[in-house]
Design a protein around this ligand. Structure first.
Ligand SMILES: NC(=O)c1ccc[n+]([C@@H]2O[C@H](COP(=O)([O-])OP(=O)(O)OC[C@H]3O[C@@H](n4cnc5c(N)ncnc54)[C@H](O)[C@@H]3O)[C@@H](O)[C@H]2O)c1
Length: 407
């Protein structure tokens, strides 16, 4: 399907961005501003870019992952006025960073990042540009974690609003979108029946919990692995078996990592696994499954046994199927998060960016997206679906504001 048709389809499920497009078309919050963006290049991202350009911005867009770029969308965007695209699916690491640098050549006033590679490149290779950046937004947990470390070391030179901490992102995007789209990627790549399968989910954060629920909903027996006692206890109380990875490795038929950490499945686990086990990663970077260790442990690799599926044959004869080369499976083997949740996340980011462009007075560092933005996005989304809710009465307001009214 052509990029235009896919973007038009996504737009139908993105009413909040549609509304912002009209608002920003009138208020022009980004007039004269250059925005460098590093995002997965999907139909939903194209809708966000349309909102930013309608608001007067010039957008220079690079991909946030070398494998997730949808080339038809990149080609469609490159033909839009005020949009410059530096991305192609499947580029090597050097080209990926060359593309980030080309986006930075625009001398941005504002940045949008997904994973912190753009902001990191800006601070490590392009310091001459730092003074002109008013601020930025970061989409994902891994990027926010890197930014906090930059801020703690005194390196981060401008304010960044953490979309990941926002309610819209964690509750709707991670909590509903990632769970569904990760299972979608797994099924498109393998055509497995999940009913009756043992699925091991590593990491019970906002993404992992949502993946576990979807797998369980399809009839899988879910095992959770964790390093955080609170999250592990939560998983246990929700009915999941909790085990260390070494104990889960011989039991799992499907493994999905969603931790933001590295080597969660490593050389010590591969040889314990069952023949035919499927390995997939939902975390931002391709380090959660030790792909190099897997290659080193294998005597043969059968590439492309299915789309986005490579079969690694261990010396024991055990075959392990790695999906999407260990990169974000929902973006590579499927289409990323559904438009309806990206509508909310991107609307929050567009509003946050407009707030920064309007001169929000924030010091350098990582800041939450203001709660008023979350509330406004949710209210718009409810209104777009014709859903009404109650409003507090005067008496309720008074009651909630007082500590004097007891039993
Ligand atoms: N694929 C997508 O569409 C998508 C969407 C959002 C976030 N992400 C990425 O997914 C990852 C997780 O995001 P999140 O928002 O759920 O983060 P989170 O911080 O809410 O959860 C991560 C969980 O993993 C656990 N963990 C860390 N190391 C572990 C280990 N070695 N073994 C088992 N558990 C471990 C942590 O204790 C935590 O509970 C991040 O890399 C994030 O950037 C991907």
């Amino acid at each position: 399907m052509l990029g235009e048709a896919r973007v038009a389809w996504a737009e139908r499920a993105m009413p909040v961005l549609g509304l912002l497009r009209r608002e920003f078309g009138a208020s022009r919050p980004f007039a004269g501003r250059t925005i460098a963006a590093c995002l997965h290049i999907t139909a939903e991202t194209a809708v966000l870019v349309g909102v930013l350009t309608e608001g007067g911005g010039e957008v220079h867009l690079a991909a946030s992952n070398p494998l997730s770029t949808q080339d038809d969308i990149a080609a469609m965007l490159a033909g839009q006025p005020g949009v410059f695209v530096y991305a192609k699916a499947g580029v090597d690491r050097d080209t990926y960073y060359a593309h980030l640098n080309r986006a930075l050549d625009s001398v941005p006033d504002l940045v949008i990042d997904d994973g912190c590679d753009l902001v990191h490149t800006l601070h490590s290779q392009r310091q001459e540009l730092l003074a002109s950046v008013a601020g930025g937004c970061e989409s994902t947990a891994t990027g926010v974690a890197r930014l906090r470390l930059m801020a703690a070391s005194g390196t981060l030179a401008f304010p960044v609003l953490a979309a990941d901490g926002s309610v819209t992102r964690r509750m709707f995007d991670n909590g509903h979108g990632t769970g569904q789209s990760v299972i979608d990627g797994l099924l498109r790549a393998t055509n497995l029946l999940l009913a009756g399968k043992t699925v091991v989910v590593a990491g019970y954060g906002s993404c992992g919990a949502s993946i576990a629920d979807r797998a369980a909903g399809l009839g899988a027996a879910v095992i959770v692995t964790e390093v955080d006692p609170v999250r592990a206890l939560d998983a246990l109380m929700r009915g999941y078996r909790v085990l260390p990875m070494a104990a889960a490795a011989p039991l799992g038929e499907v493994f999905i990592t969603a931790t933001g950490s590295r080597d969660v499945i490593g050389a010590q686990h591969f040889w314990l696994m069952r023949d035919g086990a499927v390995l997939a990663n939902a975390g931002h970077f391709d380090v959660e499954i030790d792909v190099r260790g897997l290659a080193a442990a294998s005597v043969k690799v059968n590439h492309g046994v299915r789309p986005h599926s490579d079969e690694y044959v261990l010396a024991s004869g055990t075959r392990l199927v790695l999906l999407a080369e260990g990169r974000v499976v929902n973006l590579i083997a499927a289409e990323g998060n559904p438009a309806a949740v990206m509508d909310l996340s991107f609307a929050a980011q567009a509003l946050a960016l407009a707030w920064l462009a309007g001169g929000a007075d924030l010091p350098a560092g990582v800041h939450p997206i203001p709660a008023t933005i979350d509330v406004s996005v949710a209210a718009h989304a409810l209104a777009a679906q014709g859903v009404g809710i109650d409003a507090l009465t005067a008496a309720q307001r008074e009651y909630l504001a007082s500590w004097r009214q007891g039993s």
